[in-house]
Design a protein around this ligand. Structure first.
Ligand code: B12
Length: 322
């Protein structure tokens, strides 16, 4: 018998993945939520003795909530460069201290950002949206992206991981942030269209990466660098990317990856896309996935953040005139 959660990892939210009737969470749902493969969880269990799931009547692994909490912390420490052998055997208290001392999940002090998170937590969405738009119009697109959108996303993620914001807060946050960014971006995109601004960029994420704010922030920065941008939104199948590249005479495909997408899926997706695209079309990748810090497929360039975008574009333009 197969556990339904093994064959169908369920929805994105850990709240929805929890099934009280089974008194634990299935391996597929856990792997999906935390961004690990099922194999990794099984190997850790064998090699390090953690996690230690119970079993359903049918023999399927069921993970109690406290192990899920520890696994989430373990994943964040690994993303920050710690080794499985050093973290898996430790108690959650030791791991919390380690996270604190190495700055994992710690927010830099900023009262304006704290205020925005407090509005979200209190359910004051109209005020939240208003404050975002006010800061965006006051500061301008570039400063808003760098000083508000990027650090606020990290803060909201940390608050979710610490249990002080719920998944629905994250949804409301991303909705409000997308509306604000698009409102500021639209007149710029309209003015750029038809000017033949080079490079011509196609921006999206691969299937499996549902986080779309990073690539939208990158689109804002590429537009400010006077690139013509075609934003497809998140999760575009590979063949659709290839079709859009041909139809719009695209120079660069820009993709975003968070730590949720397993490294293997990133490597195979990039490998296949590289194979399908003509060699003169470049692939640029960015985002917080630790997989991007490793050696990447030939023909794929890592742009390490939003501020290096200007330099990367300048280099591309220089190479294009040679
Ligand atoms: C909003 C949000 C959501 C929304 C997404 C809605 C949407 N339409 O985008 C919802 C609620 C759906 C969601 C779902 C989930 N999320 Co979420 N989410 C976030 C949050 C708060 C922001 C997401 C985002 O877009 N980040 C991407 C950008 C903003 O950040 P970045 O990757 O660091 O990239 C930076 C730069 O590198 C650059 N950049 C990004 N891309 C590119 C590309 C190029 C080309 C360039 C040049 C630069 C560049 O821009 C960013 C600016 O700082 C983050 C917190 C965070 N720190 O990111 C969590 C976060 C990514 N989510 C997380 C998790 C665990 C999940 C869920 C599994 C569980 C859940 N929360 O329900 C599901 C997974 C869904 C799935 N399987 O895909 C974790 C991932 C942790 C991990 N190690 O795996 C995070 C980090 C929260 C946390 N602190 O734990 N999420």
């Amino acid at each position: 018998m197969t556990n339904p959660s093994e064959s169908n990892p369920g929805t994105a939210s850990h709240d929805e993945a929890f099934s009280p009737a089974l008194s634990g969470i299935g391996i597929g749902a856990i792997a999906h939520e935390i961004g690990l493969t099922k194999d990794t969880l099984r190997v850790w269990e064998r090699r390090y003795g953690f996690p230690q799931p119970s079993r359903s009547a049918g023999g399927e692994r069921l993970y109690p909530q406290e192990q899920v909490t520890k696994l989430r912390l373990v994943k964040r420490l690994l993303d920050a460069g710690h080794r499985p052998s050093k973290v898996l055997a430790q108690s959650i208290e030791v791991l919390q201290q380690l996270a604190e001392s190495s700055g994992v999940g710690q927010d830099a002090p900023d009262t304006e950002l704290d205020h925005l998170v407090a509005l979200l937590r209190a359910g004051a969405y109209d005020d939240f949206r208003f404050e975002l738009l006010k800061r965006a119009t006051r500061d301008g697109l570039e400063r808003f992206v760098i000083d508000v959108a990027a650090p606020l996303s990290a803060r909201v993620g940390n608050a979710w991981a610490a249990g002080t914001l719920q998944v629905y807060h994250e949804h409301l946050f991303s909705e409000a942030m997308q509306v604000t960014l698009r409102t500021l971006l639209r007149p710029l995109s309209d003015a750029l269209r038809g000017r033949g601004g080079k490079p011509r960029m196609l921006l999206t994420t691969l299937s499996g990466e549902s986080h779309g704010l990073g690539i939208l922030m990158a689109e804002a920065m590429f537009s400010l660098a006077e690139c013509e941008c075609i934003g497809l939104g998140p999760q575009t199948p590979l063949h659709d990317i290839v079709n859009a590249v041909t139809a719009h005479d695209v120079d660069i495909v820009a993709l975003s990856f968070t730590a949720v997408m397993p490294a293997q899926a990133i490597a195979s997706g990039l490998g296949e896309l590289r194979h399908l695209l003509p060699p003169e079309v470049q692939i640029w990748v960015g985002g917080s996935s630790p997989a991007l810090r490793r050696k990447l497929q030939d023909g794929v360039t890592h742009v390490p953040g939003l501020t290096p975008i200007d330099d990367a574009v300048a280099q591309w333009r220089q190479a294009a005139v040679l």
